[in-house]
Write a protein that binds this ligand. Structure first.
Ligand SMILES: [Mg+2]
Length: 406
């Protein structure tokens, strides 16, 4: 082992959406690119490194980013492309270890402690050189799979691994020996500690705490008396200690799909179209996994971040797109009647998943207001649709019309 304890990796794609756009449109390479809503009211979803030199950042209002960098090229995002790239990246990561915890579409922690000896044996090397070789191999395999840059941080826990990948960006690789962390961290700004936001940083600055060394020197009890118990966690992290495990999401309890919009959407037709797309996708994964569901939940978030959920139970387990759409569209229609405002995020998830073929058991149960049993004909439609998507990709088929008229 290169050091006693755990080996944790953090892999993070660089300016992910913007890099995908630059990959696919050579004219955008080397240029400041902002991915986001086309209108100036929208938010930046990703900023290329060229635009970051001007201070542009993701999650920044588009209007502000364009003030900072008026020459930036604004590209409307293409989620299909990003999620395909994301899927391929995660396949690469899982080929190195099954212990992968996704943090977002383009970011993951990997627990490498158990897998390390396999690589040591396979390559006949050990210590830091095996870590470096794994890190390079991950980056190279991602390049081969999706032709995109990634940064990799390797250390003894999640905090230090993420810090390392952040410091190495873009297209970087950094290995931080946790035994050297206390020294390396000392002169870093307190902002590198997660959970320590800009407002708290301001308050700390008022009492002359700017670096991690300042934070440590202030004393635990004095910090706790001013900032509460959370200060103990800051101090633990400031010493490079972090015991959070890499969590595996092996057990899939629900199948869902959600999206934050570039621009808030108020138009009912547009919302229905988005929801129909989600419904087709989740119903298809349901069938792929040989499952049925008993319930549908709609998640809705307004511009002010207030979040609502609306759920409904199906009369019987189903795997039919049509039956799920009937419930999902009904939930949306009821929500729209409440007229609460434009949506920032919408999602749909299926629960009450079951792997058993229960449909026939319910054959004698009369369907009430919603037909939940897949009729023979509907099953054929679903099967044919799945086969076409499998062969030609999503977007090759739209059956919105037939479902929308229900
Ligand atoms: Mg990233």
């Amino acid at each position: 082992m290169p050091w006693p304890g755990r080996i944790i990796m953090h892999v993070d794609m660089d300016a992910f959406f913007a890099s995908v756009e630059q990959r696919d449109k050579p004219a955008l390479r080397g240029k400041p690119v902002l991915v986001g809503g086309s209108s100036r009211r929208g938010v930046v979803a990703a900023a290329s490194y060229e635009s970051r030199k001007f201070g542009c950042r993701s999650a920044m209002p588009m209007a502000q980013a364009l003030r900072l960098c008026p020459t930036a090229i604004v590209v409307k995002g293409n989620y299909g492309k990003y999620s395909a790239a994301s899927k391929a990246v995660f396949e690469v990561l899982r080929s190195f270890t099954p212990d992968v915890q996704p943090i977002s579409v383009d970011e993951a922690f990997m627990e490498m402690t158990g897998a390390l000896h396999i690589y040591e044996k396979q390559w006949g090397i050990s210590g830091l050189s095996v870590l470096e070789r794994i890190g390079r191999a991950i980056k190279q395999r991602i390049r081969e799979a999706v032709d995109l840059p990634a940064s990799v941080g390797i250390s003894g826990n999640k905090f230090l691994a993420k810090l390392s990948s952040d410091l190495s960006k873009p297209d970087g690789l950094k290995i931080l020996d946790p035994r050297a962390a206390e020294t390396e961290l000392a002169f870093m700004p307190v902002g590198v500690i997660y959970g320590l936001g800009p407002k708290t940083q301001d308050r700390l600055r008022q009492i002359e705490i700017k670096t991690i060394a300042d934070l440590r020197a202030f004393g635990e009890e004095r910090l706790v008396s001013r900032f509460g118990e959370q200060a103990r966690e800051w101090l633990r992290l400031s010493r490079g200690e972090d015991h959070r495990p890499v969590r595996l999401e092996r057990e899939q309890k629900s199948i869902g799909k959600e999206r934050t919009f570039f621009d808030n959407i108020a138009d009912p037709d547009e919302l229905r179209t988005v929801l129909l797309g989600f419904t087709e996708e989740v119903a298809r994964s349901l069938r792929e996994d040989g499952l049925t569901c008993r319930g549908v939940t709609l998640k809705l978030r307004l511009g002010d971040f207030s979040t609502f959920t609306r759920s409904a139970t199906l009369g019987a387990p189903t795997d039919s797109t049509k039956a799920i759409w009937a419930v999902a569209s009904d939930l949306l229609a009821k929500w729209l009647n409440e007229r609460r405002g434009a949506l920032r995020l919408m999602g749909v998830s299926l629960h009450g998943l079951s792997g058993e073929e229960q449909l026939d058991l319910f054959a004698s149960v009369p369907a009430r207001d919603i037909e939940t049993r897949s009729s023979g004909k509907q099953k054929k439609v679903d099967k044919a649709t799945d086969a076409i998507i499998e062969k030609f990709g999503r977007g090759s088929i739209k059956r919105g019309g037939s479902l929308r008229d229900d």
